[in-house]
Design a binder for this molecule. Sequence first.
Ligand code: SAM
Ligand code: DTB
Ligand code: SF4
Length: 401
Amino acid sequence: MRRHVAASKNKRAPKRARCCIFPGREKREPPRSLFHPLPSSTFTFNLFFSFFFSLFFLSSRAEIAAVYDTPLLDLAFAAARVHRAHHDPAMVQRCTLLSIKTGGCPEDCGYCSQSSHHKKVDLVAERLADLDSVYEAALRAKAAGSTRFCMGAAWRGPSQVGPRQWERVLEMVRRVRGLGMEVCTTLGMLTPAQAAQLREAGLTAYNHNVDTSPEFYAKVSSTRTYADRLATLAAVAGAGVSVCAGGIIGLGEGPADRVGLLHTLATLPAHPESVPINALVAVPGTPMEGNPPPSGLDIVRCVATARVVMPASVVRLSAGRKELSPGDQALAFLAGANSVFDGDKLLTTANADRDDDAALFGALGLKSRPAFLPYGAGSETSRAGAVEGGAGGAAGQRALA
Ligand code: SAM
Ligand code: DTB
Ligand code: SF4
């Protein structure tokens, strides 16, 4: 979003630029339509308009709220145009998750099955997985067509474990990367030194979600702060690792919190390479077990808004996809989702069925995103590091060029 702000300060920018977002309307008027219907003869203008709009605007919370509040079909249409200006709309990334250390987490995140605070959850805590079992799981994921392998640990962060466990995690990263897969981990809070070690081991991306708006965050977790989350994201970006950061819909938050979540993400120093949009999986025994589920259209609205405000990021339709109808998923792909978790399991809960996914991809004409295709969002060093060979390799140098 920094470049949006910079561009809006640029004296050469058209003076009436901001009015173009909602043509013919006062700035404070509630949003009617993101784009007024334009005759087909204005196609070129239309394309330019959506591209320009997505590059230079939408840095304030009010502007993001205006997008979020747009009538859904107008929003989905606008998001689809932004999507097509920045991505191949048929290409969807497939990532596989593996829990490498399950349960017994000292944090108290209200949604999470793995917190040791939620004693009624039916989950058996496990020690850190061994190297071979992780390697075999990655091999299976690759054989099934996944290009990114994401390993999650129920930790506050690696600082809570000793050097031998940490070294094992680094070796997991090396071995999975050695398979020619993109590697992601989500291990909780990181220090800059830990982020640098992960990068050295070959990590492509680090997932660390801010979950919701800054104001609502205290209702989600009491053992960590929003500032903690942002500090880890800074450590990740500082080490040149791609940032994967998103949130959860269905925590009991209101529309303003969803806007606040997207505003946080869209105003990071660089847009995240990936933005996972999770729908709460209401796990029995967690404090949020009775939360009403968000509707499929709520998810589509969040995906579409994320696409408009972070045009080049990969937007991942994440937890909760199992409960989405094929129609809702199709609308989400149209409105900008371009990544999913595939495979039987997320971390501790069931994922969408693989055969159903294959049928849906076939029906929609979707194809898998190859590993190490350069990413459009993220800092320059992380984008170069995320291609085969890293920033120093030939592909990395091409990505930086
Ligand atoms: N412990 C690390 C952390 O909190 O960053 C990594 C693992 S944690 C399980 C990864 C992310 O999964 C969380 O940040 C949260 O956004 C998401 N998540 C966890 N449980 C979820 C649930 N029940 N429904 C939806 N998303 C969930
Ligand atoms: C993310 O945003 N969603 C994934 C991944 N990053 C690590 C986790 C979803 C977890 C869903 C609940 C579970 O299976 O425990
Ligand atoms: Fe622990 Fe992560 Fe679950 Fe929070 S979300 S309880 S930090 S595993």
